[in-house]
Design a protein around this ligand. Sequence first.
Ligand SMILES: Nc1ncnc2c1ncn2[C@@H]1O[C@H](COP(=O)(O)OP(=O)(O)OP(=O)(O)O)[C@@H](O)[C@H]1O
Length: 319
Amino acid sequence: MTQRFDEALSAFAPALPLAVGLSGGADSTALLLACAQRWPGQVHAIHVHHGLQAAADGFERHCIQLCERLRVPLQVQRVDARAAPGQSPEDAARRARYEAFEAAVRHAGAPAAIQSMALAQHADDQVETLLLALSRGAGVAGLAAMPMHWRRAGLDWHRPLLRVPGRAVRDWLRERGEAWVEDPTNTDERYTRNRIRARLLPALEATFPQFRDTFARSSLHAAQAQELLLEMAGEDLAEVGVPPRIRALRSLGPARQANVLRHWLRTAHQTTPGTAQLDELQSQLAACATRGHRIRIRVGRGFVVRQGECLGFEPQGAP
Ligand SMILES: Nc1ncnc2c1ncn2[C@@H]1O[C@H](COP(=O)(O)OP(=O)(O)OP(=O)(O)O)[C@@H](O)[C@H]1O
């Protein structure tokens, strides 16, 4: 099993120096150990202290001790990850973490600027993400789950363990006698992700032993389809214009019209329509054959309205 871990690490070829997001849990502890051994003197670690759990100090202590032993420079970033109204605690923590990573990378500087960041999500995390997306009725973008590589804020971001089963990561650590800190909230079944891990993954293992690989393949297909949808949406938006012209929108087939409307709302107005809202908007567009036809539909964080020959967007609370 640990062969999968070693294979994934040998296939990993990031631009150096590299920083590893080190939570202190098993996965990022293993990733840091493997990277520090492979690229001595070229690896940094960043630990984000969320200050949310009583256990946070234990995580920090583990990270400090590990990095001292490995002679890896460690930056600890303290963040306030309290959720804003309407935001989930997980989303708030994730957002705060990314901001902290970027701040730490900008701060690290010496001796050479950090080129890449590595995070330690593995194949079980990917399956959980896919199942969560399915449980919400997500579209192709959600089913694509987590990418293995992307660029953001001038950095290359990687998830080198994304094809490695979680068990292989822990076995790899055990074989080396390495310790990690167990996150006490990981077994709290009030969180859907933890219920998926505790109940669904064992059932999938028993029913489809290859599920990690086959689900990952489906996510890759979805990611490719999403790329095409985005490309088409960009071309169609250039064609219908911003703000979109109603006549041009009406000349598109329903799926293509939905695709470009979603793209317009997301890129121009940072809002995502619900399925029922988009259905309603499209049926209003279909009915909008006369000059006098008004449109005003709640969509995402505001209203889509008719403005002459075009659609407009009024954010909620706007005068
Ligand atoms: N507090 C943190 N500080 C630094 N990096 C983090 C932190 N939390 C998560 N990460 C990074 O993001 C990845 C995904 O986070 P997630 O919370 O999904 O996993 P995790 O269960 O914390 O993983 P691990 O077993 O490494 O603790 C981690 O593997 C790690 O690389």
